[in-house]
Design a protein around this ligand. Structure first.
Ligand code: NAP
Length: 501
């Protein structure tokens, strides 16, 4: 059989028969991998998606006001830029539509198997194959396994006593109950993170009463969102170079935010940003008592800095109360706090974030010699370049350990990862090797250096955040400017890898 020219170059077909790549998840990461593989001439991949649609986190999070706090011209693929984003910060439906359109633009729909959740993956040394098992018991094999499961896909609901007694409606922000009409209801919102600051302003005008249970205040800066005019969209369409320059300007503006997050520069920069955040608070919340509750007690950047123009005004409403006394328990008809106050509510909304530290769970991954990834990561996840783990050959983890950011676009990080992963897959197939595996010494050296750099970041400060394990190891965030990661991924060759038959 005559192979297409690109496939011959990449070696996607070989003496081993057609080499297959399994991609888990049809969100930003999985789709990015698929497009880049196809561009490299490797079309023998399948995307397994547990739900019945694409979009990942942008499908799950459909709460009122859901949107991205990274401007859309940057929070989109560099190879699939759009001139006509409706506003600087697109809302969830527009981002989801973008991803859905992307699937058609790159002819990926037939490559996705919807409604298939992979729950187990085991690497067979002798065959150099990944054996995948679905929730319904089907099995598949693949030469290469790529996970695009995100870091924030499993909602976290805190273990507060009494939830089972509560007779009203309760749901998590990432599983918004759209059938629940909140108009005229008494609502408790637990948590005040990036999700809550988006949905609280949307629901506050409709509900009878909203109690916001806040454990710690956040640093909040103005969002300054605006729609793009039709003229701006037309200019971007006819002059793509201008759109590219706009994207680049956003990137570099966001990149400077990291100056506030590394201690060296943060000493000078963070106080300026803190002052801007306090001015924002003072301008938007006239009541001194409410304001006092909203002043953070930890250094700026230790938790994600939020951007919002309408959260503070929502908290200043007469029907909204900020509760700072910790929740002691839920009861049949409401919430009881440590100060013994009982607040009757009809609906509980958990804006309590995600189980961010147990990467890839509940997927069970078994590498060489039956070693489980969950065991290897018992003291905190780590990987080489945030992507590969020694002892788990032909596995690429997108948005993996230490690739999250507090200041710039994750899509940028994912594209950098995918670039390296695709080069590795091409080389694997070109060599007609059975497997590639990162050498343990290379992975350990990489992580020693990474954790040393971490010491200079604000995330190590004494605040509770979702980036850090109980023992204080930051497993989620990248501790440098993002262009450093991009450069590292571009420079990365194959010397850290071992190859086998
Ligand atoms: P989150 O930032 O982790 O916030 C969870 C909130 O729940 C925090 O306020 C936390 O308080 C509170 N909480 C947790 N357990 C609690 C308990 N037992 N009692 C009271 N409060 C409790 O979650 P999120 O808002 O869903 O956002 C998660 C991440 O998703 C963000 O950091 C961001 O990366 C991403 N996100 C992004 C966007 C975007 O625009 N791009 C939008 C939404 C989400 P403490 O602060 O005290 O821990």
């Amino acid at each position: 059989m005559k192979l297409p020219r690109q496939a011959r170059r990449s070696g996607a077909a070989s003496t081993r028969g057609e080499r297959r790549v399994a991609i888990l998840g049809a969100g930003f990461s999985g789709l990015c991998m698929a497009v880049r593989l196809a561009k490299a001439g490797i079309r023998s991949f399948t995307i397994y998606e547990k739900s019945d649609g694409v979009g990942g986190t942008w499908r799950d999070n459909s709460y009122p006001g859901a949107g991205c706090d990274i401007p859309s011209h940057l929070y989109s693929f560099s190879f699939d830029r759009r001139p006509d984003w409706s506003r600087h910060y697109a809302l969830q439906p527009e981002i989801l539509r973008y991803l859905d359109d992307c699937v058609d633009r790159f002819g990926l729909r037939s490559k996705i198997r919807f409604g298939v959740e992979i729950v187990g993956a085991r690497f067979d040394d002798a065959e150099a194959l990944w054996h995948l098992r679905t929730r319904s018991g089907e099995t598949f094999t693949a030469d290469v396994l790529v996970t695009g499961l995100g870091q924030l896909n499993r909602p976290s609901v805190p273990e507060i006593p009494g939830l089972e007694q509560f007779t009203g409606t309760a749901f998590h922000s990432a599983r918004w109950d759209h059938s629940s009409d909140l108009a005229g209801k008494r609502v408790a919102v637990i948590g005040n993170g990036a999700s809550a600051v988006q949905f609280v302003p949307r629901i506050a005008p409709d509900v009878a009463r909203l109690h916001l249970f806040q454990r710690s205040a956040n640093w909040i800066l103005p969002r300054n969102d605006a729609a793009y005019s039709a003229i701006a969209q037309r200019i971007f369409r006819s002059l793509p170079a201008l759109e590219w320059m706009h994207r680049a300007a956003i990137y570099w503006a966001l990149e400077t935010r990291f100056l506030a997050m590394q201690n060296r520069t943060g000493r000078w920069v963070a106080p300026l940003v803190e002052r801007a955040a306090m001015a924002h608070l003072e301008a938007q919340v006239p009541d001194a008592d409410v304001r006092a509750k909203l002043v953070p007690d930890y250094p700026l950047g230790c938790k994600r800095v939020l951007i919002s123009d309408d959260f503070y005004p929502a908290l200043a409403r007469a029907n909204v109360e900020v509760v700072t006394s910790p929740i002691e328990r839920f009861v049949r008809d409401g919430v009881v706090t440590a100060d013994r106050r009982h607040r009757p509510v009809d609906t509980l909304i958990f804006g309590t974030g995600f189980e961010s530290l147990s990467f890839l769970a509940p997927l069970e991954i078994e590498g060489r010699h039956g070693v489980r990834l969950g065991d290897v990561w018992r003291d905190g996840a780590e990987a080489y370049l945030g992507t590969a783990v020694a002892g788990f050959p032909n596995l690429f983890i997108l948005y993996g350990p230490n690739t999250n950011l507090g200041h710039n676009s994750i899509v940028f990080m994912v594209e950098a990862q995918v670039g390296w992963a695709v080069r590795c897959v091409e080389e694997l197939f070109r060599r007609d090797a059975g497997w590639l595996d990162v050498r343990r010494e290379a992975m350990d050296a990489y992580n020693r250096d990474l954790q040393e750099r971490m010491l200079d970041t604000v995330w190590m400060a004494g605040c509770h955040n979702w980036y850090k394990t109980a023992s204080g190891k930051v497993t989620n965030n990248w501790p440098r400017f993002t262009f450093r990661y991009w450069l590292e991924m571009r420079k990365a060759r194959f010397d850290a890898l071992a190859w086998g038959a």
